[in-house]
Design a protein around this ligand. Structure first.
Ligand code: SAM
Ligand code: SF4
Length: 509
């Protein structure tokens, strides 16, 4: 493996805040407007987030490259995982990564379309590349991912700076597209595929801590929630070969990793048939296969759709200590009328029954959600229904957004985006304030308890403290003292106090 250093923008302050707050949807990193947009993100394993994180250079082999690429990643965890696949494809073709913009011959933005703000953030970043291109005329700029897929070659008209456009299913063609762009032509491939899963590609890790990694288990989404652009930008749902998933997780474990997060837009609908044995592998079976790799390998997953998570999955979680007791179960709204308009295919009562079932079978589980305020036609009563649902569920974590109409979605075609922005935002602030109370209560409940913590590295604030997470996905900071521990080790930590996002403890020997 060659010397890699793919750069994701990630400020130290954001990293600190995140690392020291609770769980992750997918280790997010937000900047400026992005923070404003998401408003409440204390680390989320999945998506929307880690607006950057550096690939630590994998060992230097002394290889030299003709060309260097620089990549920044925006949006959800799937995008971050994709950037690792892209880095691998480029590396195999002899392109070396750099963290240094000035040194790069190729600049890539792996983009997100989920809300308008996400696209604006990327467009703003693009303008910052203009001066670089002036200084270095041969420099090529590529837009990858969901924005590339949504806008296709229209993006070339709107953003003259861009030379290469590649959608999420076309990354294998990137080396050819680079060659085409080098001849002075604009190069575009936004073909979606029904079977591409990049199963055979060994991703180059976003090696930020060497302990936790994402493993993509499926791509696309068939759900057609009316507000969501994902089915249009990422195509039809398809599940990856289970054997390749297990091999990837095994190889991570043997490489020192101690936590894998199985990623997909809707992991519970994972479904793969082994043609050799004719066996059908469900998500619960896949979870079990990965959990069996080693009791020392923690397994997480994201995201679960409330309509698809089964008792079988919950029983499997209960059976294996190393499957983390944490479920991200986005509800989006607490109003049956709005849920129907959103095409979520469950009711408030169904959702509450799922929460009750999780708490019955996995009493210690952390539960998080996503909520949208101000969806088309949302009344005060609908909003109160969302509020009261949150009062019932008392989420450990919540990722809350105000509705952003996305071109081409069912909602854009069928309904009017009729809730004024100030109403959307004031409703959002109300649910954020409520959630703050719940998340603090959730942290306080853990004080005076002892947890097994996986050490992920030094605390960002002090090299004399460790930073790790509990199984139910809460960040713990504790003094190293004189114990001979390393990142990747498990340790018992007694919690003596907490902040709104972090548990503070002491090693319990
Ligand atoms: N498949 C996952 C799910 O169903 O939760 C993730 C989907 S999306 C990447 C993450 C979250 O973004 C969604 O759960 C939803 O709350 C939010 N989201 C999606 N489209 C949105 C929109 N148009 N406006 C505001 N929030 C949106
Ligand atoms: Fe979007 Fe719904 Fe699919 Fe999630 S499940 S990606 S919200 S369409």
């Amino acid at each position: 493996m060659a010397n890699l250093g793919v750069m994701f923008k990630f400020s130290q302050t954001d990293a600190d805040n995140l690392a020291q707050s609770a769980s992750f949807y997918l280790f997010l990193h937000f900047k400026n407007s992005y923070w404003m947009e998401i408003l409440e993100l204390k680390g989320k394993v999945h998506d929307e987030s880690r607006q950057g994180e550096a690939f630590l250079p994998v060992q230097t082999t002394g290889e030299t490259y003709q060309k260097r690429f620089y990549i920044e990643s925006y949006g959800c965890a799937m995008n971050f995982a994709d950037s690792e696949v892209i880095a691998s494809i480029l590396n195999t073709e002899g392109f070396g990564a750099t963290r240094n913009l000035e040194e790069a011959d190729l600049l890539f933005l792996n983009t997100c379309s989920i809300r308008d703000k996400a696209e604006q953030t990327v467009r703003k970043r693009l303008t910052e590349f203009r001066s670089l291109k002036k200084k270095k005329p041969g420099l090529l700029i590529g837009m990858l991912g969901c924005m590339a897929e949504r806008l296709k070659d229209k993006l070339l008209e709107e953003e003259k700076l861009v030379d290469i456009i590649v959608g999420p299913d076309a990354y294998r063609s990137l080396p050819d597209l680079i060659a085409e762009a080098e001849t002075g032509q604009k190069a575009v491939n936004v073909l979606l595929s029904r079977d591409e899963t990049y199963a055979d590609i060994s991703p180059i890790r976003l090696d930020s801590n060497g302990v936790c990694a994402f493993v993509s288990i499926m791509r696309g989404c068939n759900n057609m929630c009316s507000f969501c652009v994902v089915p249009f930008t990422r195509g039809r749902e398809r599940s990856r070969d289970a054997n390749s998933i297990v091999l990837e997780a095994e190889s991570l474990f043997h490489g020192g990793y101690r936590e894998v997060t199985l990623l997909g837009q809707n992991v519970d609908s994972y479904y793969w048939i082994d043609e050799q044995t004719n066996e059908t592998i469900t998500f619960a079976m896949l979870l079990e296969k990965v959990a069996k790799i080693s009791p020392l390998l923690r397994v997480r997953f994201s995201t679960s759709h409330p309509k698809d998570i089964t008792d079988e999955v919950l029983f499997t979680m209960a059976r294996y200590d190393n499957i983390c007791k944490y479920i991200h179960l986005p509800v989006q709204s607490g109003s049956n009328r709005i849920l129907q308009l959103m095409n979520r295919t469950y009711t408030r009562e169904w959702y509450i029954a799922k929460i009750d079932r999780i708490r019955e079978l996995l009493p210690m589980a952390g539960i998080s959600t996503d909520m949208i305020t101000g969806f088309c036609t949302e009344t005060d009563q609908d909003h109160r229904d969302s509020y009261s649902l949150m009062e019932y569920c008392k989420y450990d974590l919540a990722y809350m957004y105000y509705y952003s109409e996305r071109p081409g979605t069912l909602a854009e075609r069928r309904y009017t985006d009729d809730i004024p922005e100030e109403v959307k935002k004031s409703r959002l602030h109300e649910i954020i304030a409520l959630h703050r109370i719940h998340s603090l209560e959730s942290m306080q409940r853990d004080v005076n308890k002892t947890f097994t913590v996986l050490i992920e590295g030094n605390s960002k604030k002090s090299d004399t403290d460790w930073h790790g997470r509990t199984d139910h996905n809460k960040v713990v900071i504790f003094p190293k003292e004189n114990y001979p521990l390393n990142k990747g080790d498990y340790v018992q930590v007694h919690i003596h106090s907490c902040t709104a996002g972090t548990l503070l403890g002491i090693i319990n020997n």
